[in-house]
Structure formats: structure tokens, C-alpha cells
Design a protein around this ligand. Sequence first.
Ligand code: PLP
Length: 419
Amino acid sequence: MRSSFFPQSRFLTTRYGFPVPPSEVVMTCGSSSGICMSLETFGTPECRLYLEDPTYFIFPAIIKSVHIGTGPNTTTLPSDEYGLCVEALETRLVSTTPSNQTRDLLYCIPAHHNPTACTLSTHRRARLVLLARKYGLTLICDEPYQLLDWSTEPLPRAMRFFDTLDDAVLADLAARTRDGDEVGAAALVSAIASPNAAHTTTTTTAATTTTTTTAAASTSTTPPPVVVSLGSFSKILAPGLRMGWLHAHPALVDRFERHGLLWSGGGLNPMGCYLCTQMITDGTLDRTLAHLCTVYRARSQALCQALREYFPAGTLHFREPSGGYFVWVRFPEWCQVEAMCGYVPPAGEAPPDQLVGGPCTSQNGWGVAVRSGATCTISGKHFGTWARMCFAFYGEEEIRWGVRRLAALYRRYKEHMHM
Ligand SMILES: Cc1ncc(COP(=O)(O)O)c(C=O)c1O
């Protein structure tokens, strides 16, 4: 079955910049199906599940559906501009008795996060894999935005790469990189990944300084794999195809392929797989991806520009994204985003312009809605003053109209709140 994944593996090898053999790839019906089946394959009803807070807003519904990692078994972790706080994870792991019967799981979105748009730094990626090895975690890395990147700085490599490095190399990488310096990290990673690289590690203890030289990647001493990476054609080709891939060490791929759904019918979606293969082979995917990066960059800039233009200075806080789909925006402390979007201005107050496009379906009657950050949490209680704004769907002009109208709604709501 895997020989049919040669085009996918060639595509990923080129795009990821490290070898992705066909034995490491299985086609899925998109990231969502990959998440579901990974939870079922690698988790158990008793296992603990660690996840970022905030997270992909549908993820809580998925864990409820499969009854894995819910309730007291769920541990949320903070994140910041460099992604998941691995220190917070370590603190939790150190103070938690390991489950003897089962491996625990961690779900994360390493690149251009949904909703925060942040990317996990190379430094933290190395530390995360080391922690996963030490504490018996399987990392479900949802990476649908890894290839949707227009940053001028190097993007950290996809998570599977770090799983191919042995402990000494990872520890050294963690020691020699730091958050905020992806240029330096990329140079180190390239040196490590070069075919004949030997790697020098200097360990200092109280009594001695030892220098050891280890082979760079994938040696026989490489510990058991921990990374399950999920990709999606939804974001880079067509969501309606319902196609994606799982990328992991062959031992994990073997386990995944024993899922009942994959036994039946020679794969999850052979027709969709065939279509993707054709579009990889004839260059459609490469062209579409290049086009999307250009269009989305312009749309993300239009959104950020409109937010700066239509809201008074100092009202909103956000960082300009360099990939993915989202801008993560903080409103003032008094402004609960869901309540603002549900606020209906007094009858007779006209919105600032004519509606663009179809009929107005928003609660406020003004045709604007943004996703409250609270819907991106397990508790539904935090991040209520944050909004996730997606720039992928609308054209630049519609985005500007939408922000203008949102700013008008915000002004009315502010008056209503006597702020
Ligand atoms: C982080 C994340 N995971 C999964 C998905 C769903 O992807 P797919 O359409 O491939 O199921 C999305 C899409 O919004 C997403 O942002």
C-alpha cells in the first residue's frame, strides 16, 4: 500500500527539507480524521492528555467523541509567543506519577497555531521531544499550517525531524539555541542534518569536562519514536477533498495502520489519494501553494492594516502573522468579545456602510462576527477578551469592510457599557 505514497513522500521531502520515506507516510481524511484516529491508536481511556490553552476549538469536541483524555485526565498548559511553554510541561510531568499501564499523550499545534498564530521555537521543539522520551509521552503534532508560511525568517523544521535525532544531539541543540533566534537555530539544524555531520557535545560536570562525538541523526541508538505528525491538504489544496497525511516513524505508522478503518477498503480514501497524487505529479499542488501564500500574505496584511486604521491606537494588541490563517487579537479588559458580537445596536442605527455579499446572519444584525478566544479553551472561561480573526476566506476589500464595521460595533458597545 505504501508504494502508492511515493509522490507524497517526494513532495514532503522537498517541502520539509529532510527525508520523508514512503514508509513514514499514511494518507488520512485530513487533520481531523488524523487526530481522531491517533487518539484511538495511541491513547487509552485512562491516559493523561496534555494540551495547549488555547487550542484548536474543535479539539475538545473530538476528545469527547472518542472518550480519550477527557475530564480529570486533561491538563492544559500555557503558551506564549514561542509556543507551548515546555517549562510548564516539565513542572507538571515532574510532579505527576507516571501511568504505568499506558503512555500519555500531548496534543499541540506547532506551526502558525490555531488560534494564536505562534510557532513553537526550535529550542522548545528539541526540549519537547526530550521530555516526551523521558516521561513516556506520545506527541500528536497537528501541523496543517507548516507549509503555509511566508516568513522571512526560517520556520523551525516539522516535528518529525526532531524525532530522528538522538538524545545527545537534541540536548545539544536545546542548549545551543534560544527562543527568538531562528536564524541561528536553522544554521545549527542544517549542520546537524548534513549527511556526514558528526556532532560534538561538551558535557561539564562538577569534576570533569567530557567531549563526546556522536553521529548526527537516526543512529541505532535513537530511542523509541514519540512524534506523530499530522498534515492536511485542506489548507494547501482544497478542503473539500478531505485529505491529509500522518507522518511518523514506521513503527508508529504500523500501529496506526492497524486501526480498523484502515483495514477496510485499502486505505481511507483511495479516490482522494489518487487525485492528490495527480495534483502533486502535474505540479498543481506546488502552484496552488505558492498562490495561496501570496494571497494569504496580502490578506493578513490587509487585516492587520485595517485593525490599526479603524480602531483607536492602543485599543487592540496583536502580532502580524507570517503564515497560517489567523490573527489573534486582544481587546481591552472590559470587552468580552462574545458579548460584543451579540450586542444589538438600537434599532434605527445604521451600520457604517452597505453590506457586502449575502444576507446578514450575525447575531448583532450588522453582519460581523469574530470567534471569541473563550471558545478555543477547554474551560470556555479564559481568553474571553481575545478574538481569533481568520483572513483566509475573504478578499482584501471585504476584510477592510468587515473590520470597519467591527470597529463601529465596538464603539457602540463601548458606549453601551459606559466605558
Ligand atoms: C489546528 C487544526 N487542526 C485541524 C484542522 C482541520 O483540518 P482538516 O480539514 O484537514 O480536517 C484545522 C482546520 O481548521 C486546524 O486549524
